[in-house]
Design a protein around this ligand. Structure first.
Ligand SMILES: Cc1ncc(COP(=O)(O)OP(=O)(O)O)c(N)n1
Ligand SMILES: Cc1nc(C(=O)O)sc1CCOP(=O)(O)O
Ligand SMILES: [Mg+2]
Length: 207
């Protein structure tokens, strides 16, 4: 499977009251990976929402990724994204099996990405590249790192953090395979605008 294109990430506050309609609008425009990111501890809601997203993703042939929670990912038979403090990769790979998508946050450190690759990650994520509404305190990362990452790694590279249609093109030009976006996609005023943005992000991979 080719991991290249828009990686849409949900945000429970931003999408309150319009969760499924905005996600469906993004899928309509084309999404390679959809991450369910909910930092609450409301297990019942998390299961309900993740199941709803899995159904939508099946309809649109998009891969669902659960943030942080390998147990929930295993329960739904979908992928997972793990940060550096979210648990070890190797046992997660054993839990989910060889075909599941597992992503790893590597901040601005190639060594973390090399380690993640050894432990079975499917893609590695670097960031944050720009000012982020969603996670303003995330460590920063520069475009130069991408050139080194392309040389050193043989895995799809994901960029995250403050990505919008106005700043994404240089990331793709520096070899990024996946553009992970929350606000730059779902911060739109209407479902039509979400779909337009999703299409426009995908267009960046065609030139
Ligand atoms: C695609 C992608 N990249 C990075 C992250 C950040 O993961 P993490 O550092 O674990 O932080 P939280 O998202 O859990 O707050 C991500 N979720 N997705
Ligand atoms: C969840 C997350 N992780 C980051 C990292 O750098 O690891 S930046 C980030 C937030 C991404 O949201 P937005 O597109 O709104 O900036
Ligand atoms: Mg995490």
């Amino acid at each position: 499977m080719k991991l290249r294109g828009l990686y849409a990430i949900t945000d429970s506050q931003l999408l309150a009251g319009k969760f499924l309609s905005y996600v469906e609008a993004a899928l309509e425009g084309g999404v390679t990976l959809l991450q369910y990111r909910d930092k609450s501890s409301d297990e019942a809601r998390r299961l309900r929402e993740a199941e709803a997203l899995r159904n939508l993703c099946e309809r649109y042939k998009t891969h669902l990724i659960i943030n942080d929670d390998a147990e929930l990912a295993a329960r739904l038979n979908v992928g997972v994204h793990l940060g550096q403090t979210d648990g070890p990769l190797s046992p997660t790979r054993a839990l989910l099996g060889s075909k599941s998508i597992i992503g790893s946050t590597c901040h601005a450190q190639i060594e973390l990405a090399q380690q993640a690759a050894k432990e079975g990650a499917s893609y590695v994520a670097f960031g944050r590249f720009f000012n982020s509404n969603t996670k303003p305190g995330a460590p920063t990362c520069s475009l130069d790192l991408l050139d080194e990452a392309k040389r050193a790694l043989h895995l799809p590279i994901c960029a995250i953090g403050g990505i919008t249609l106005d700043n994404a093109a240089p990331l793709v030009a520096h070899g990024v395979d996946l553009l992970a976006v929350v606000h730059g996609l779902f911060g739109a005023d209407s479902t039509a605008e979400v779909t337009r943005r999703a299409r426009a992000f995908n267009e960046l991979f065609k030139s």
